[in-house]
Design a protein around this ligand. Structure first.
Ligand code: GLN
Length: 297
């Protein structure tokens, strides 16, 4: 960009972004404000409060890059690389799911079962949103995040160092399938937002999800239940008696998710609705019954 056209203040930059976004999004000025706020991990009013501030080149380039990605169709969180989750601001990119508000509720549920000193595993940790929130908000001694995707492990580790700083040593991120990376260890809490969309439901997803978010974080096989079934079976082997499994599920498949835990190994099974009234979580307590089974799925 020629220097003459270079914006001088935050307000100039906001207007320039809005101009570029024209025709690409329904509310260009609103989105320009949102992009600038998101780049600063700040509320939407950021560009109003700082309207007269002089700019540094770095912000101009970052903001224009973000607007370009938005014009290409990227969700705002991928456009800026930032997502808010509970008390934390996290780096996100196309290697991980953008954390959802429902999943913030899953953390609340998990926290109500976590006592100081416990070991917690977040299966399919993605950006690390659940694991890092639990480390930040509870007295858990160890929080382990696992993910099949090496890229997700990289993002989660980056976030751990950025948001937990010296406390990040309480967290550990391990690449592998479900609970396999923890070996034979017995743990107190297993929490997960697994992929639970059925393969055939792909076309019914919003384009921003379908075209941008990672398939491995979304799809759970032909009936959407593949990962949940295997997770429930593995969790029964890894949770000590009294340990809790907490999962986010597809609201349309609560009965199927409950059926996965309909064995003697599980008690206190229940479906918990989210704030929108949808059957969004299944929780179950590991009973004291000794696991029969060689079924390490
Ligand atoms: N809740 C996400 C969505 O609606 C899906 C996340 C998942 O499969 N765990 O796109």
């Amino acid at each position: 960009m020629a220097d003459a056209a270079r914006p001088r203040t935050v307000a100039d930059l906001r207007d320039l972004l809005a101009h570029r976004l024209q025709g690409a999004v329904p509310d260009p000025l609103g989105e320009a404000r949102e992009l600038l706020a998101s780049l600063h991990d700040a509320p939407r009013s950021w560009s109003t409060v700082h309207a007269g501030d002089e700019l540094i080149d770095l912000l101009i380039d970052a903001a224009i890059d973000a607007a370009e990605r938005r014009i290409a169709g990227a969700p705002i969180a991928y456009a800026t690389g930032r997502a808010a989750f509970r008390h934390l601001f996290l780096h996100v990119d196309e290697r991980v799911l953008i954390p959802r508000p429902e999943t913030e509720e899953l953390v609340s549920l998990a926290l109500s079962h976590i006592a100081p000193g416990m070991t917690v595993v977040d299966v399919g940790t993605g950006s690390g949103a659940i694991a890092l929130s639990i480390a930040y908000e509870s007295g858990a001694a160890r929080v382990i995040g696992t993910d099949l995707s090496p890229g997700a492990i990289e993002v989660a580790e980056l976030n751990a160092r950025a948001v937990l700083r010296q406390e990040y040593a309480r967290t550990e991120f391990l690449q592998g399938d479900l609970l396999e990376p923890i070996g034979d260890e017995s743990v107190d809490i297993v929490v997960s937002n697994p992929p639970y969309i059925a393969t055939g439901e792909r076309e019914s997803l919003p384009a921003a999800v379908r075209d941008w978010e990672p398939d491995t974080a979304l799809f759970g096989g032909p009936d959407g239940m593949d990962v949940i079934r295997r997770l429930v079976a593995q969790a029964a082997l890894r949770l000590g008696a009294g340990g809790m499994l907490l999962m986010e599920i597809d609201a349309r498949r609560a009965a199927q998710a409950m059926a996965c835990a309909a064995t003697v190994q599980w008690g206190d099974r229940r479906v918990v609705p989210d704030a929108f009234g949808r059957d969004r979580f299944v929780i179950a307590r590991r009973t004291a019954v000794v696991a029969d089974t060689g079924a390490r799925t």
